[in-house]
Design a protein around this ligand. Structure first.
Ligand code: TZP
Ligand code: MG
Length: 215
């Protein structure tokens, strides 16, 4: 995949938002997110048909802004709604099983919380690795201990330069320069956009800062 797609990777589900999730997503798209992941999980998450309906609407929005739409974990849903890819965690289906079921042009991302998992994800053929949590976060209930920037630097050294990586966990505007310098291709964000009173403004500021330190 083109690593620049990871520059500003927005991840969200309905329970991450303080207003209508479709509005939040459209604001983020308008302000220039480069990739989106539908992550409908945790307390109050939509299930079955409700989940699918929201996913379909979000996919349509992403298409209209030409931003790839990925689904977290749920292969069945991703196939049904013809997503552009899937993201799997360490406790989800193995990437080999996912690859066998999905179109060859899909983007498949894997989460890694340490060097061992990151090196394995690269070996397994992940298109990108989501590395974190870098900082502490309250968004993911079962998040591991933050690895810090030093952890990110170690992961980048261990996997080499050839695989795209995106940093995740507690990331705010002020972290951008350090994260890019640590070797990430971009940032993944949930709450700094989804919980903002103006997702548009917050996204725009993040994008401008990222643009300063990339290209
Ligand atoms: N995986 C590791 S940390 C995290 C996930 C899904 C949550 C990131 O959310 P936030 O609000 O950007 O800290
Ligand atoms: Mg998962």
């Amino acid at each position: 995949m083109n690593p620049s797609l990871l520059k500003l990777y927005f991840i969200m589900g309905s329970n991450n938002c303080i207003k209508d999730p479709l509005e939040v997503l459209e604001e983020a798209l308008k302000a220039g997110i480069t990739l989106f992941q539908f992550r409908e999980k945790g307390k109050g998450a939509k299930q079955k048909e409700d989940k699918k309906e929201l996913a379909q609407k979000m996919k349509a929005l992403c298409r209209s802004y030409k931003v790839p739409f990925l689904v977290n974990d749920d292969i069945q849903l991703a196939l049904e709604i013809e997503a552009d890819g899937i993201h799997v965690g360490q406790d989800d289906e193995h990437i080999s099983v996912v690859r066998a079921q999905c179109p060859s042009d899909w983007i498949i991302g894997v989460s890694a919380t340490n060097v061992t998992e990151a090196v394995q994800a690269k070996r397994d053929g992940a298109d990108y690795i989501g590395v974190g949590p870098i900082f502490s976060t309250t968004t993911k209930e079962d998040a591991k201990k933050p690895m810090g920037l030093s952890g990110l630097i170690t992961v980048r050294k261990s996997v080499g330069k050839s695989i795209p990586i995106v940093a995740i966990g507690g990331i705010q505007f002020s972290h951008i320069k350090d994260i890019l310098q640590a070797g990430a291709d971009g940032i993944s964000i949930i709450s700094a956009i989804s919980q903002s009173r103006s997702p548009f403004q917050s996204t725009l500021l993040l994008k401008q800062e990222l643009d300063l330190y990339t290209r």
